[in-house]
Design a protein around this ligand. Sequence first.
Ligand code: KG4
Ligand code: ZN
Length: 401
Amino acid sequence: MHVHPPLLPHRSASSLIIPSRSLRPSHSLRYPCLQIRKFTVLALESSADDTCAAVVTSGRKVLSNVVVNQQSSLEQYGGIHPYVALHAHQRRMASVVQSALTEAGLTMNEIDGIAFTRGPGIPGCLSVCANAARTLAAALNKPLVGVHHMQAHALTPFLTSPPSSCPSYPFLTLLVSGGHTLLLLATAPTAFRILATTADEAIGNAFDKVAKMLRIPYEGRAAGAALERFCAAGGEGAEEEMIAMPRTMRGRLAFSYSSLHSVVERFVQAKQGELDQMTKLALARSFQRAAVGQLEEKLVLGMRKCAQEGIGVRSLVVSGGVASNTYLRERLRACLDEESAGEEISLVFPPPSLCTDNAAMIAWASMHRFLAGDTDDYSIETRPRWSLEDLEREEAGPSQV
Ligand code: KG4
Ligand code: ZN
């Protein structure tokens, strides 16, 4: 990869000027579309269980955003079954791409570049979007960019927020999904420092397990969303039965979620049978409160660490599937207000539909690279394990990764 100036994503389409000096001559000659002002990306995503394709322009227009999820098989297996997910991606990717183009009202000829999720994710699943994107790009002689999935989650607000409320660097990011629980410091679109990560399982995974253990009906929702709805819709009366949850990793910049779901598991096993509705409600609410409470505690620790290092954090971005949780949004807002009294730290959540996995965020995260002419070879490989911190190092070095 090559060093490139960061895209200022909040600019309007008309002010987005391709930084032509940084274009590699070979690239602009090879791909004439890199010389045009408005750039349209078709992006594909299949890193976990959602099969996604989207068409997004450099003017921040999401022309289509198709997501086909696998909730029914998730309900059956209580989590992502890699083999089942792989086959579903293989069956669906072609029609998802077709739908994205149809909804956007475009043909492949009108697409300027193709992006895909390069990693991290489930190896077989990643290969579906990678193969589709590489083949389309090579056959049609279009430029190709492989995107880091978590970078895409972190940059989503630059696509979705009004220009006046886009986050400002440096900002903190909480990425909370089925596979990740990360507190990051972002100083540029490709510069991330991990302040805290999970020592065991991710918060979304714990939500999924607890929802399954309590046999909460998913009704077409993600398991975590079903648990949230169950907690909210259950009414009064469970408060007296709330159970104590451990405050694991107390005082440390690290997350742990397996201990929380284990408490619920032990409780359910000890009851040896159907739990009554009130007990279920108390368990679900106790879990959700503790899971979000852990995010609050680590956020405060992270903010204090930045302050000690003289880093003036300007915004907090919360993204990933779990960030669509309304209770979490309210608690983090209150936590930030309390901790940042007197300072202006904006709290930015993408809309819930773009918090969960989608290809629009992949398209947007690829945009600055397309515009800088920093594209990948058609032989680019997936990276199932890929730290966000590596992005900055690799950007400075040759593109041999
Ligand atoms: O970001 P995402 O769509 O996929 C991954 O990259 O993992 O996140 C999916 C996770 C799942 O664990 C799902 O149960 C959880 O996000 N989730 C929620 C909610 N909506 C989705 N967890 C809690 N509350 C929600 N409303
Ligand atoms: Zn995700």
